[in-house]
Ligand binder design. Structure first.
Ligand code: IVH
Length: 707
């Protein structure tokens, strides 16, 4: 192996031929990876920090001087290239999910019970879980091919993240090359974070340089990773813990969660030493307490403990609901509290006309974050807690959740204070604001809504903001402020106006470029951004419509199921005409119940929504999404399970079929493609014969889906 004093290494970079550079660079990568393992895995460095740093400097220097090396190594990195204006996108081969939260011992016990029930696992039979700290950083997916780090991506929306490879390469704890035996391709996932001491030092530096301080280590880590110039990331000490994985091609290093974490460690990746395998609920709870006790002295921020089913075969059986695995949950630490004064109560009007009260607080620091707003939920909540303007209130903040008012300090109340009178008119347009009756309970809904619909300027602007927002059309340069300005001037009042803006501006006397805050360059940028969004993915398009109860996940389900807006609209319209089959089709989609189906139907049944949709489709082409798994033998098929199942529970069977892109129905009709029948099957088996539906048994099902 070449040493730091190797003659080649002292050759000025500009005198190296590309081939020499390539050889040296490869050797350096290996050498650095080895030192990383000595240092991080074995805690036994064999060279001094200064020597190590000089190796790294030479390595970065080579990359900067020979951009071709970089290209060869990964077509997606860009060290040495001119920083682009934006990170490019990386599609995750396997989506990056989030975790459901629990808050008490009882919640954890319920989680274990749910897992057992789903698997039909008797309480007498042992089931192991891992318990480990929940790191308060940002998750990152590292793709290694033949042990080499190829791509690093942020979580993004879970399906697609930002390419931060060049920046991740500057993180010393993340090896450029994995150690030992590794799968051909492995996406290692984990958390990038900043240690408390490094965060404090960074803030001190920021302050000295007259730059704004970061609110907490997580923001500092995120801000440092999402730098267009990798040199800035390199100057900020980021760290990493590996705890999960996405795609794996080749042999799995282990068949348990705990084994995988050990394997990551052996590959030279940092893993958390507080990861423990537990076989009883008591052990799980005890480990949570142990981690909670050590929280302040860990040297990095954590916000809870994560539990995962240890056996990977069981993880696979459990699968996912929506965006979270059924086999894992987070137990969050209790929220942090503080006392402050309630200065005012603002009423905000949302895009569905909901009047939402927001507490304006005397700014106060809660767990290191300055809080000046808190949610008040709705008018009943204000009345129930008798919250009054001027009160001294106790607020709490837990993780990412919006701060809440938990209680009023009664003996500090001013004598002349009056109960808060919730407005019965919309503060934006003056129309009546009412509480509709919930059809199910016959009780008034918790939310009061403005009755003006799109005529209400607040609702119209909120809808536009939603339409252009990051997870919808993602139009750069058309943020909340710009929309408010354009709306006020009547330039953009409906979504379609966004796409006619440029043509109208060409004809207008008063040009956009002459507006305050604009110029020829920024207007061109805006027009380009709008033009680039004339094709968007169907799920974004559906989400952007702002149908009540249709969030990103539901929008994805709808996009996958229907494949086009026209199809979705037609089914919704049929359902509105009392079409039971159409409604059943909607409600058969994972995650869609009667309430969501109802609001989809209402949306398309409204003539002005259809008109806006048609106008939009003249400018915008939604692209169909890929199905969940496009090429399984059961994709697109309608399947019914009946009789006793032995190898899986009914819930599991349904989840598995849906994961493979099939629809699961409760009854057999001529539309059924397949009946999976176990012992004791009765009338459904007969129905299947009547309709000529193919019938298979459970073993054949596993054969076909290759499980
Ligand atoms: S496992 C499929 N383990 O928490 C499950 N996540 O709230 C993948 N996080 O997005 C996540 N520490 O950013 C897992 N030890 C840990 C974690 C952890 C922090 C983050 C991660 C995830 C978020 C979900």
């Amino acid at each position: 192996m070449k040493k730091a004093h190797d003659p080649l290494r002292s050759t000025p970079l500009e005198q190296l031929t590309p081939i020499e550079a390539r050889l040296e660079w490869q050797a350096l990568a290996d050498e650095i990876a080895t030192h990383d393992v000595h240092y991080h895995r074995d805690d036994a460095p064999v060279i001094s920090d200064a020597d190590y740093d000089s190796l790294r400097r030479r390595f970065e220097g080579l990359l900067a001087a020979f951009p071709d090396l970089q290209k060869e190594h990964s077509s997606l990195t860009r060290v040495g290239a001119k920083p682009s204006e934006k990170f490019s996108k990386v599609k995750h081969a396997v989506p990056m999910l989030s975790l459901a939260n629990t808050f008490s011992d009882e919640d954890v016990s319920d989680f274990v019970d749910r897992v057992r029930r789903f698997l039909d696992w008797p309480s007498t039979r042992e089931i192991a879980f891992t318990a480990e700290p929940k790191i308060d950083g940002l998750s990152c997916s590292l793709r290694f091919e033949k042990s080499q780090l190829m791509v690093a991506a942020t979580r993004g929306d879970g399906e697609e993240g930002e390419d931060v490879t060049a920046n991740v390469r500057t993180i010393h704890q993340i090896p450029a090359k994995l150690h030992g035996h590794t799968p051909d391709v492995i996406e290692v996932r984990g958390e990038i974070y900043m240690a408390t001491a490094d965060f404090l030092a960074l803030n001190e530096r920021q302050e000295k340089e007259g730059k704004p301080a970061f609110a907490n280590p997580r923001n500092a880590a995120a801000g440092s990773l999402r730098q267009l110039d990798p040199a800035i990331t390199a100057a900020r000490p980021l760290k990493f813990f590996a705890y999960a994985w996405g795609l794996v091609e080749g042999a799995m290093p282990s068949d348990t969660q705990s084994g995988m974490v050990k394997a990551f460690h052996a590959m030279g990746l940092p893993t958390n030493p507080l990861t423990k395998r537990c076989v009883t609920l008591q052990e799980m709870i005890d480990h949570y307490r142990r981690i909670e006790d050590q929280r302040a002295s860990l040297g990095y921020d954590i916000d809870g403990v994560v539990y995962k089913v240890d056996d990977l075969a069981l993880q696979a059986r459990l699968g996912f609901i929506s965006r979270s695995p059924r086999w894992a949950t987070a137990r969050k630490f209790p929220a942090e509290k503080a006392t402050t004064t309630l200065l005012d109560i603002d009423i905000q009007v949302g895009r569905t006309g909901a009047l939402t009260p927001v507490a304006k607080l005397q700014p106060v620091s809660v767990g290191g974050v300055v809080v000046s707003n808190a949610t008040l939920h709705n008018e009943d909540e204000i009345a129930r807690k008798d919250i009054r303007i001027g009160d001294t209130v106790i607020i709490q903040r837990a993780g990412d959740v919006i701060p809440q008012i938990v209680a009023v300090v009664a003996d500090k109340r001013k004598q002349n204070s009056k109960p808060f009178a919730f407005p019965d008119h919309c503060p934006a347009c003056g129309s009546h604001a009412v509480r509709e009756t919930d059809p199910k309970t016959g009780e008034p809904e918790a939310v009061r809504r403005c009755t003006a619909g799109l005529i209400c300027p607040a609702q119209a602007t909120e809808r536009l903001k939603h339409f252009a927002s990051r997870n919808a059309f993602d139009i750069e340069g058309l943020g909340d402020k710009q929309i408010e300005g354009f709306f006020a001037d009547g330039l953009i009042t409906r979504p379609r106006d966004i796409f006619t803006l440029e043509a109208r501006d060409a004809r207008a006397l008063k040009k956009l470029k002459d507006r305050e805050g604009y110029g020829a360059v920024s207007v061109k940028k805006l027009f380009d951004a709008i033009a680039s969004r004339k094709s968007v993915t169907l799920n974004r398009f559906i989400f952007a419509l702002g149908i009540r109860h249709v969030g990103e996940t539901t929008a994805k389900q709808l996009a996958r199921h229907f494949g086009s807006v026209d199809h979705l609209r037609d089914v919704a319209l049929k359902a509105a005409e009392d079409g039971a089959a159409a409604r059943a089709e909607l409600e058969a989609i994972d995650g869609i119940g009667p309430i969501v189906a109802g609001s989809i139907v209402d949306f398309f049944n409204e003539a002005h929504n259809r008109e806006e949709l048609a106008a939009l489709l003249e400018h915008v082409t939604p692209e169909a999404m890929e199905a969940v798994q496009t090429s399984t033998p059961v994709t697109g098929k309608t399947i019914v399970f009946t009789g006793a199942l032995v190898r899986m529970t009914r819930d599991e069977a349904k989840a598995m079929a849906e994961r493979l892109g099939a629809k699961v129905s409760g009854s057999v009709s001529k539309k059924t493609d397949l009946l999976v029948a176990g012992p004791g099957a009765g009338s459904k088996l007969e129905d299947a014969k009547k309709h000529g539906v193919e019938v298979i048994d459970e073993d054949e099902w596993f054969n076909r889906v290759g499980a």
